[in-house]
Design a protein around this ligand. Structure first.
Ligand code: SAM
Length: 282
């Protein structure tokens, strides 16, 4: 239906969604994270499913003056694009073995990348990691992976900032008669296996929060919806949703075409739900 699918993690798609992600991030959750490390001079961070490095660009301004990031992703192409995008974002750069050292807005930032598939073992962060981050990742993983992940974080006693976990909410303004049926079919599609076993999809954010509480973490959590209007991202998102819904066979095709046309009407808004959480112990 469109050029992007809901399982598209290409640099082009990640770049299209980055401004909406940035605008959606939940302030209270990010402030809780920033406050936890406010007295620190340096911090070692590991970003899981780093894609093209959006977490560094979004979080570096609120973290300590010296940051050591490890970006982990199984897609070498995305990590290559991350180094290129971070070099363009930096005020100054110098290459280093397998990464980059850069300065941005007064922060000194060391980046190393690691091509690695963490579907089996979530605990892939290097020794000395003090914060794990994951953005737009948790809705891809399974409930069993979430359990293993939170147990490993707790064993290492590492705080977590997990942002932009899609929670299956889709709301059009003005609404369309098919909205509920489309959202239900989309949520069903979200549970397909993304390499981690059956995906927790729309349940993932709340499953993660419950598992973190069970593991003794204190949470600051909240919603971080995309509010899309009149943009290429709205069109691409609506097409991606319609493509996924048509794969389920749960919605009549001509009704779905009408739903899609409705999304491209002037001044239409599409709200896509996400949740953010910051979790720390002690
Ligand atoms: C939706 S993208 C999010 C990228 C980035 N965090 C952001 O917010 O823009 C999900 C990322 O997770 C990576 N990923 C998916 N499954 C993975 C796995 N099993 N091991 C490592 N990375 C994985 C993808 O390659 C992709 O870059």
């Amino acid at each position: 239906m469109g050029i992007f699918t809901v399982s598209d993690f290409s640099p082009a798609w990640l770049s299209l969604r980055e401004p909406a992600d940035e605008a959606a991030r939940n302030d209270a959750v990010h402030e809780a994270c920033a406050k936890t490390f406010a007295s620190r001079a340096t911090l070692a961070i590991c970003d899981l499913g780093a894609g093209t490095g959006a977490s560094v660009r979004a979080l570096a301004p609120m973290l300590p003056a010296e940051q050591h990031w490890t970006l982990v992703d199984h897609d070498a192409n995305n990590l290559g694009a991350a180094l290129t995008a971070l070099a363009a974002w930096a005020d100054t750069t110098s290459p280093r073995d397998g990464g980059l050292t850069l300065r941005h807005g007064g922060k000194h930032i060391d980046i190393r990348t690691q091509v690695h598939d963490f579907a089996q073992n979530p605990a892939c962060w290097p020794d000395g990691t003090e914060l794990v981050t994951a953005s737009a990742l948790i809705d891809l993983v399974s409930a069993a992976w979430i359990e293993r992940f939170t147990l490993a974080l707790a064993v290492w006693n590492i705080p977590l900032l997990a942002t932009l976990t899609a929670n299956g909410k889709i709301e059009g303004r003005p609404p369309h008669a098919l909205d509920d049926a489309v959202a239900a079919a989309f949520r069903a599609h979200q549970t397909r296996n993304k390499g981690f076993g059956p995906s927790a999809g729309a349940e993932a954010a709340l499953l993660l929060e419950a598992a973190l509480v069970n593991a003794g973490y204190r949470l600051t959590a909240g919603e971080s919806p995309w509010i899309l209007d009149d943009s290429l991202l709205l069109k691409a998102t609506a097409e991606g949703i319609a493509g996924a819904v048509s794969e389920t066979g749960m919605v009549d095709t001509s009704a779905l075409t009408d739903w899609l046309q409705h999304q491209s009407r002037n001044s239409h808004q599409l709200i896509i739900g996400h949740r953010d959480v910051f979790a720390a112990r002690g």
